[in-house]
Design a binder for this molecule. Structure first.
Ligand code: ATP
Ligand code: MG
Length: 457
């Protein structure tokens, strides 16, 4: 592992400016870890002996990000860098909030408060790498290990337990034994952590290269606290022709099979949650889960609300979950109708969901189901190439056209537009203004005035 890090020009500028005024300054935390691993850091955080006021005096463009925690954002051009004063997190009152934050002149103290050895290294060109807790060794061994006593550190801030699993999944690292044992023991303390913080770590875990390592969160008792719905799935067998796994194992497999996108991964996590609520067993002992997609969507909404997901993400995930067991008829019309139902925006994601769902099922069913999905995808691509109308947006008449033609605004008008769209979905050639105007007159007057002879009542 190379111990030299190429700092970005702007980071060197900031460190240089600090040094020129007699302050210490280092790149610290995630950016050092990622650089040593040869990964592109998300952002470059800086730690310094200068106080927030002193930092603000040295740079012309700054704003207070978390001034009470000692963090000032320094703007160079359009890029912002968080510069934080060396600090000690005082005694922790309730496994989440330090009672007080104290500044210190000691880099060592600042590094000591950080969660894991691999996150507790600092770097500057003049001092080189500062690794006081064996971070490099743990990077080389692929280990997530607390700085200091794991139980003590998780007692200070319970979120660190979920962070351990998240970093493990992001980096493909194992959680060191004592650290894992401490999680096992202290996981219940996660119930006091705010939903927003849990959500952020859960999403990073799901978006990682090992989303199925959510298993570790289950094994250590973390999901029992923050996502008990997942534990229910792990306990739910599904003895039928489609499946060889429990609902939970199937869910983990589908997470592995879907691209690393937040909405897609959340959809797979939730797609079968409702199975535990609607399971029935027939006389042969076969499991059935009729209507499970709707149950899953409703449980998923509750889970996402509890974890304080934003409305748009929740709506997109719910729509995909609610529709995931839809089987479009393999005809152009069948596909157009399902695009209409699922939404033009989500249909490509729906195809990904279907595919991952199949790959999480018994290999015995793969061939037939994947061939069917290929056919749906081909039909969908042809529809896009032809530019078939799939929604009111592309209908050749608008509500205003009909109003100018004498229709009354209101729900009745909406129904007429839906009927016109329905006919166009069946038969795209009908998407012509003149024809649709005439057709709308028939619908309004309940009489044949379009003269086409092919459509009217
Ligand atoms: P990412 O690449 O996901 O941003 P990161 O390591 O930068 O990873 P952040 O959550 O941005 O993670 O935190 C930045 C640094 O702050 C960490 O590397 C770690 O040193 C420290 N840190 C963050 N959260 C905690 C915490 N809960 N307890 C102790 N130290 C923490
Ligand atoms: Mg970061």
């Amino acid at each position: 592992m190379g111990m030299r890090i190429r700092l970005p020009e702007k980071v060197r500028t900031i460190l240089g400016q600090l040094a020129a005024h007699g302050y210490e300054g280092y790149a610290v935390g995630g950016c050092v870890r990622d650089s040593l691993l040869g990964r592109m850091p998300n952002d470059w955080d800086i730690t310094t002996s200068a106080s927030p006021t002193q930092v603000k005096e040295l740079f012309s463009h700054t704003f207070d990000t978390g001034i009470e925690h000692g963090t000032v954002t320094v703007l160079l051009g359009t890029e912002g860098f968080e510069v934080t004063t060396y600090r000690i997190d005082g005694e922790y009152a309730d496994s989440r909030h330090p009672r007080e934050v104290r500044f210190t002149s000691s880099l060592r103290e600042d590094l000591r408060r950080r969660d894991f050895t691999i996150n507790a290294m600092a770097y500057s060109e003049s001092a080189g790498l500062v690794d006081l807790f064996g971070g490099v060794q743990d990077l080389e061994r692929g280990v997530i290990r607390c700085v200091g006593e794991a139980e003590e550190r998780f007692g200070e801030d319970a979120l660190r337990m979920l962070r351990a699993v998240r970093f493990s999944a992001q980096l493909g690292f194992e959680i060191e034994e004592r650290t894992a044992a401490a999680i096992q023991k202290l996981a219940p303390a996660l119930k006091r952590i705010s939903a927003e913080r849990v959500q952020a770590e859960l999403v990073k875990l799901l978006e990682s290269p090992h989303p199925d390592w959510l298993r570790k969160a289950w094994e250590t008792g973390i999901t029992a606290v923050v996502l008990p719905e997942f534990d229910r799935m792990m306990e739910q067998p599904q003895n039928n022709a489609h499946h060889i796994h429990s609902v939970g194992e199937h869910t983990l497999e589908t997470l592995r099979q879907i691209p690393a996108d937040k909405v897609l991964r959340l959809t797979m996590l939730i797609h079968d949650m409702g199975k535990t609520e609607c399971v029935t067993q027939d006389e042969k002992g076969i499991y059935h889960f009729r209507g499970h997609a709707a149950y899953s969507a409703s449980i998923g909404k509750k889970v996402m609300k509890r974890l304080k997901f934003d409305n748009e993400t929740t709506a997109r995930v719910s729509r995909l979950v609610a529709n995931h067991s839809l089987y479009p008829e393999a005809t152009p019309e069948g596909v157009r109708r399902s695009v209409r139902q699922i939404g033009e925006d989500l249909f490509p994601l729906f195809l990904e969901v279907k595919k991952a769902d199949v790959l999480g099922q018994s290999p015995a069913v793969w061939q037939a189901k994947l061939a069917y999905l290929d056919q749906i995808r081909r039909l969908y691509e042809e529809i896009l190439v032809r530019g078939d109308c799939l929604s009111l947006k592309r209908l050749a008449v608008t509500g205003n056209d009909l109003i100018r033609d004498g229709a009354k605004p209101g729900p009745e008008l909406g129904k007429i537009l839906e009927t016109l769209l329905d006919e166009v979905l069946e038969c795209p050639e009908k998407n012509e203004k003149e024809y649709l105007m005439a057709r709308s007159r028939c619908l309004r007057n309940q009489e044949n005035s379009c003269g086409s002879g092919k459509c009217c009542i």
